[in-house]
Design a protein around this ligand. Structure first.
Ligand code: ADP
Ligand code: MG
Length: 713
């Protein structure tokens, strides 16, 4: 250990000052000391600590305040407010209860340097003995409109508080309130110096972060709001750094453990295809995605890339490129989609996108006939088939590939970890080691970068933001009330008369598909017989037989129907460029991203499009949809609205794992944590160096030794 030096210099201290210097070495073992038990605190408070998961001093110090209030003086208390004061008891006694049913009351005179006041404690007659005169108390008091002061929380304390200091407010529990916790915290304030600093000194100074004990002290005993925020940011950084370390270490381990065929030959088939086979030029985003993928595929460890792009952004071309890179180098490619409809659609799109290229390809789903399936399996196993598109049917145990090198997983979140692992296991045996295919994961649900870094932080990311040229912006309005409804139908009829087509989306009925189908049928009949009686109206919902669905879809797609009344089943899998209007009933029942996906069904042709959302005009979500077209922007807003929702108790996504960090607000901090985590692991992949020992321990503590358990793949 370095010798202590004189303040702000590198001169060693002389023997005299050394012997009198207030040196304290942290003693982490003291953090393991148990908190006072029932005999000191009373049984209710002891149980409450138990409920809060607070058993040791260390755990107490990690119990962070949720908010801060101002400590006040007696002189500045105002009527009608609740505040915390530090006072001394001057006189205290029990008032006799005159009538039955009246609450026993203890009355006390308490004072601080600014003045004294009368306060009452109800229902706790024993306090007169517990708080004799001269006891120092931390009181949270409520002053009513007539100036009477009652105590809502109290705890003895022997510490001083500056009159205008901030006072931490803690998550409390039945049996122990925030004030009592604060008093306990004060008792154990010294132990803050015993907490460990997990960050290497160099990182901490470069990030200009306070040390961990200082950050904890600032949160528990803030001198000012700024102090507290500085402390919070430091602890939030720790949280974010740990999650990024866990994710990046998992990725690095996977890269070291798994080998993939390196696909680094010159473009051949793909070159021809891009130059003359594709009916359109690539968007810049698509071209960049191709570059990313090319580089990934040339590596000897498997690609793990997430391709994010909303509906219509042209992901299929990118997927096909990855597959064809395998094919042109003598390997096989597979595309797996979550539903048969999607698989069929992909298969059709892929064939349409490859005119003139003779690539042996097949479709394999649950409805593939047994004999056809036998044929496909045989040809996948002997390598005759280069390309296969399918559903879960692709990962059944008896499906064998001769040389699978690239797999694309569409709507990846709809597959489980095990299913993705099953796909990985279809890779070829290369010499004496098993090779793992390169995997491109795709999603049409845009997620903001903050969420992507946390939920998919172990994948590389590529985003398709631009929509292919020619895509028309969609005008979106929120409509409510009868007059607007009339106008909306008239507007739709105008479009229909001009030869366009329209979607009417029925309300989401979460409880039951049957109810939903029933509602859709009723609305279909109503519209067919009234508003759109001069037009051809068809119905589509999840309870129809597959053949009926196909017929309705085919009729609409071919222009044989003008209006498609549907439940949200049209969310995926329909491409009708002539459809230019969409009306969504009870739109506020749908989530932002769902509405955005639905809306993506129009604006696909040459005509300007219109989306009418029926719902409350003041709905923040509907307003966001009317104002924004960019799916990522909307996802960001969604996240914000949901965070606000969380305060009233609807936590629903990966960000909930953080105690301190607040995303998306802490996005910049997250980005820095990610960079730091990457650099740390670059230099020391297993955090084995002595200066990383405490960090490695914190990581194991948070995410287990494998750093995998708590993180979704
Ligand atoms: P996604 O799967 O991302 O929803 P698709 O790959 O199905 O989108 O593409 C949507 C439509 O846009 C398809 O008809 C496709 O052929 C077309 N498309 C894709 N890329 C381009 C492009 N660069 N220029 C013009 N049209 C494109
Ligand atoms: Mg698609």
């Amino acid at each position: 250990m370095a010798l202590p030096v004189a303040f702000a210099s590198s001169e060693p201290l002389d023997a005299g000052s050394l012997s009198t210097a207030p040196i304290r070495l942290p003693r982490p073992s003291r953090l393991a000391a148990p908190l006072p038990g029932a005999s000191d605190l009373g049984p209710r408070a002891a149980r409450a600590l138990e409920t809060l998961g607070l058993h040791t001093v260390g755990e107490l110090l990690e119990h962070l305040p949720r908010a801060r209030g101002e400590a006040r003086t007696v002189a500045t208390l105002r009527r009608g407010e609740t505040a915390t004061v530090l006072v001394e008891v001057q006189r205290i006694d029990t008032r006799s209860v005159r009538r039955r049913g009246m609450k026993p009351r203890v009355a006390a005179t308490v004072a601080d340097a600014t003045g004294s006041m009368e306060v009452s404690f109800f229902n706790q007659p024993w306090l007169a003995q517990r708080y004799p005169p001269r006891t120092r108390l931390l009181l949270t008091v409520r002053t009513d409109e007539r100036g009477r002061v009652s105590v809502t929380a109290h705890a003895p304390t022997d510490l001083q508080v500056a009159a205008d200091a901030q006072v931490a407010q803690y998550p409390a529990s039945e049996g122990i309130d925030s004030t009592r916790i604060l008093a306990l915290m004060r008792e154990h304030r010294d132990a803050i110096a015993d907490t460990l600093e997990p960050l290497p000194a160099r990182l901490r100074t470069r990030e200009r972060l306070p040390d961990r004990p200082a950050a904890l002290a600032a949160l528990h005993f803030p001198g000012s709001e700024d102090d507290a925020e500085g402390g919070r940011r430091r602890l939030a950084f720790d949280e974010l750094l740990l999650v990024q370390l866990a994710l990046l270490r998992r990725r690095a381990r996977r890269e070291r453990a798994a080998a993939a065929p390196s696909l680094d030959a010159e473009r051949d088939l793909t070159k021809r295809w891009l130059e003359s086979g594709l009916p359109f030029p690539l968007t810049d985003d698509q071209a960049n995605a191709l570059e990313d993928i090319d580089l990934d595929l040339s590596q000897t460890h498997p690609m793990q890339r997430l391709l994010m792009g909303e509906v219509g952004s042209g992901k299929t071309v990118v997927a096909l490129f990855a597959l064809l890179r395998a094919v042109e180098q003598g390997w096989q490619g597979a595309l797996m989609a979550p539903t048969e409809t999607l698989a069929e659609q992909h298969f059709a799109t892929i064939q349409a996108l490859m005119p003139g290229e003779a690539v042996p390809a097949a479709l394999l789903t649950g409805s593939t006939t047994a004999s056809r399936r036998q044929d496909v399996l045989g040809k996948l196993a002997n390598g005759e088939l280069s390309l296969v598109v399918g559903t879960h049917a692709l990962i059944e145990p008896d499906v064998e590939f001769a040389r699978l090198a690239v797999a694309v997983v569409d709507e990846q979140h709809r597959f489980g970890v095990r299913q993705r692992a099953a796909l990985d296991a279809k890779g070829p045996a290369g010499g004496d080691e098993q090779l793992t295919p390169h995997v491109l994961h795709m999603t049409a649900t845009p997620i903001p970068r903050t969420l992507a870094l946390v939920e998919h932080g172990d994948l590389d990311h590529t985003v398709l933001k631009q929509l292919p040229r020619g895509r028309r912006p969609i005008e979106t309005h929120v409509a409510g009330g009868e007059r607007e409804r009339e106008r909306a139908y008239e507007r739709i009829r105008e479009e229909l008369r001009a030869g366009r087509q329209a979607f009417v989306v029925c309300p989401l009925v979460e409880e039951s598909e049957t109810l939903q189908a029933k509602a859709a049928r009723a609305e279909f009949e109503r519209l067919r017989d009234t508003e759109f009686k001069d037009f051809r109206v068809v119905l589509m919902h999840g309870q129809l037989r597959p053949r009926e669905k196909q017929e309705a879809m085919a009729a609409f797609a071919a222009g044989g129907a003008d209006v498609l009344v549907a439940t949200s089943v049209i969310e995926v899998g329909i491409d009708v460029p002539n459809a230019s209007v969409m009306l969504v009933e009870d739109a506020e029942r749908y989530g932002i991203s769902q509405l955005h996906q639905l809306r993506g069904r129009i604006g696909r042709g040459e005509h300007p499009s219109l989306c009418l959302l029926f719902g409350p005009k003041d709905s923040a979500r509907l307003k966001a949809l009317a104002a924004h077209r960019d799916g990522f922007e909307l996802a960001h807003i969604d996240l914000r609205l949901r965070r606000e929702g969380e305060l009233i108790g609807t936590r629903q996504h990966g960000l909930a794992q953080f105690k301190i960090a607040q995303l998306p607000d802490d996005e910049a901090l997250l980005e820095r944590a990610r960079v730091r985590a990457a650099a740390l692991l670059d230099a020391d992949p297993e955090l084995a160096a002595p200066e990383h020992a405490l960090l490695a321990a914190a990581l194991a503590d948070a995410y287990g030794p494998e750093a995998a358990a708590k993180i979704a793949a």
